[in-house]
Design a protein. Structure first.
Length: 158
C-alpha cells in the first residue's frame, strides 16, 4: 500500500465517518477545529496526524480494524498493512478480551462511552495500559451502526 494509505477515497470516507460519528455521539468534535465544513481530504490528514490514538473496526462478527492513525501505528508497532485488516480483538491479550468485548458491547448499546481503560499488547508482546478512552459507534450515511471507533491520549507501558 502507498505511504499515504489513509488518503485513498475509501479511507477518506472512513475518516469522515469517524469524525462525524464522534461529533454525533459526544456533541463535540474529535479534533479541535475539524468540523463538517473542513474539506474531507484535509480532515483525513489531520485525523491521521492527530496526537491522540484513533482506531476503528467494522461491524462484522469478528470485527477487523478499518482505520488506524499514525499514533496507533506507533503504539502497536505495526505498519498500516499489518494493523488495518487485523481482527481488532488481537490488539488485546487473550485474558483481556472478554473485558474489552464487554466495553464494546456497552458502547454499542448506549452509542458511546467515556473513561474506558484496559490493557493492550503491541506487535512485539509488550503490554500497555490505556486510560480515559472514548468508544463510539460508527454510523453510515443513513444513521445505521456499521462499526466502532476508539480514541485515547493516555497510555503507559507495563
Amino acid at each position: 500500500m502507498s505511504d499515504a494509505a489513509w488518503l485513498t477515497p475509501e479511507r477518506i470516507g472512513i475518516a469522515a465517518q469517524i469524525l462525524d460519528s464522534h461529533r454525533r455521539a459526544f456533541a463535540a468534535p474529535l479534533l479541535a477545529g475539524c468540523g463538517p465544513e473542513r474539506p474531507r481530504q484535509q480532515a483525513a490528514q489531520e485525523l491521521f496526524a492527530a496526537p491522540a490514538v484513533v482506531v476503528a473496526h467494522d461491524g462484522g462478527a469478528d470485527p477487523r480494524l478499518i482505520y488506524a492513525n499514525r499514533e496507533a501505528l506507533r503504539l502497536w508497532r505495526r505498519s498500516w498493512d499489518e494493523l488495518v485488516g487485523l481482527p481488532s480483538r488481537l490488539t488485546a491479550e487473550p485474558g483481556q478480551r472478554q473485558e474489552r468485548a464487554a466495553a464494546l458491547e456497552r458502547a454499542r448499546r448506549w452509542g458511546a462511552i467515556e473513561g474506558y481503560g484496559g490493557i493492550r499488547i503491541d506487535s512485539h508482546g509488550r503490554r500497555f495500559r490505556i486510560a480515559g478512552a472514548r468508544l463510539w459507534c460508527l454510523r453510515d450515511a443513513v444513521g445505521q451502526p456499521c462499526g466502532q471507533a476508539a480514541g485515547f491520549e493516555s497510555w503507559w507501558w507495563l
